[in-house]
Ligand binder design. Sequence first.
Ligand SMILES: [Zn+2]
Length: 426
Amino acid sequence: MNGIHLHPHDIIDEGTDKIFTLLNVMGDIQYIFPQVNTIFERNPYPKGILPHNPVHEFVQGEGTWHVPLDVKAVFEKLYQKVDESVQKGEDSIQLLKEGSSTTSFTIIPWLNLLNGDFQGNVQSNRVVDFRGNDVEYWLCPNGPDVVPMWSNLIIALTKKYGYKTYLIDRIRFPDWAGKQVNPKGIFSCFCPHCKKGMESLEINVPKLMDTMNEVALLLQKQEFKPAVHILLNSEHIKQWIQFRQDSVSVFVENLLNEIHKINPDIHLWLDLWPPSYAWLLGQDYSRLTKASDTLKHFPYHKLGGGADVQGFIEYFADTPAKQEEAFQAFLSYFNLQYNISYKAFKENGYLISFVKNENDKVRELSEPNTHIFSGIQMWNIEEDHLIEALEAAEESEADGVLYYCYGWADEKLFHTVGKWYKSKLT
Ligand SMILES: [Zn+2]
C-alpha cells in the first residue's frame, strides 16, 4: 500500500474532490501525508510551475505553521511562526479531514520538526556550527524546549483532528542545502547543550573543532582526497558522528515517551535520508526503528538521493577537473560504489540501481518487520524513468512507495502510475 505527500496549497487551491480524482487514477494510494508546517522549499523545486494548480504558479515555503492552533498557548517558550493563511481562516487539514470522511484514504499528518521559522526562546535551542555561528532556521535535538514543544503540539493536533499517526520529518542535523548552499552547517552542533553532552562523554571538543578546521581548509584548497581521508579516519570525527546519532535517537525516544504519557495510542513514523547519507546527519536506522515500525526514505536517484550534490560540489570546486575530483571524493566518502563521472551525474543523476541498493540497505539496517516506504520522485521526471523507479522499488526490500508529491506532478504522471499498476494486476 502506497502513499503520497500533499502541501497545504494543494488542498486549499485545488480542493479535495480534484485531488482524490487524480489519486484514484493512480490506483494504489492508501495513505495521504498532508503537510502541517512547511520548510523553506520552493514548490515545485527548484524551478518550474505547479502544473495543475489553478491559483498559484509556484508557492514558496517559508517554514511556517499552517493550521489554526494557538501555538504560543500550546507551548509558550518555543513556537513556530504561524502562516498568514491561518489568519485568513484557511485550514487544509480540516478540509482534508472532511473531504476524506467518505473515502478509504488514511490520513497521516506530516510534520517538519527541527527546521523552520521558530520564535520565542530560539537562542537556547538553535544549532551552532564549528565556527560558533548559528545555523539559521534549525533547532537542535538537544535544545531543552524542543521535545516539550513538539509533544505538546502533537497532543494538541490529536485533540483537534483526531489523527493518531504522524510522519515526522527533518529529524536530523542540517545538511549542506537550505536557502543557500552552506556546508558549514554540516559541522554542527556546538550549542552549549551539545558541547556539554560531548564533554560528558569525554569527547575533546577543541580537538574536534581543530579537525573540522583542518578539513575545511583542505576543502577550500580543493584538496578533496586528503579531506575525505581525515573525515573517514579521525577518532574525533567518529565520536562526533556517534554523538549526533545518539542525539537524534534520544530526541525521538524522548518525544515518544512524553507523548505516550498523555496518549499511548499515538504513533510516529519516520521520514529519513537514504541510508548512504543518513548516518552523517545523525540518523541511526537501527536505533530509530526500535522506536518506530514504519519509515520513509527518499532514494530519488535522479536528484542524487535527495541531496543537493551539485550545489555541494560546485561550492568548493571551480573547474571541471576539480569538480570531477570532488565528486569522486564525495562518492568515496559515502561509499557510493557507482562508476559514473560528474558530467554523467549532472545529466542523469545516480544509476537506477541506487533505488534498490538504498532500499536493501534500509532493510539490512532496520529492525525486522519495519515497514519501508521508498520515496518516489514524481516531478521533473519522464514517464519511463518514473516507471523504472517504481520497478526498482518493487524489486527491492521496500514494502511500498511514497510519492513526492501531488502538487508538483504533471497530470499525465498520475495516469502513468495508474497504467503501470493496472498492468501488474492483470
Ligand atoms: Zn546542539
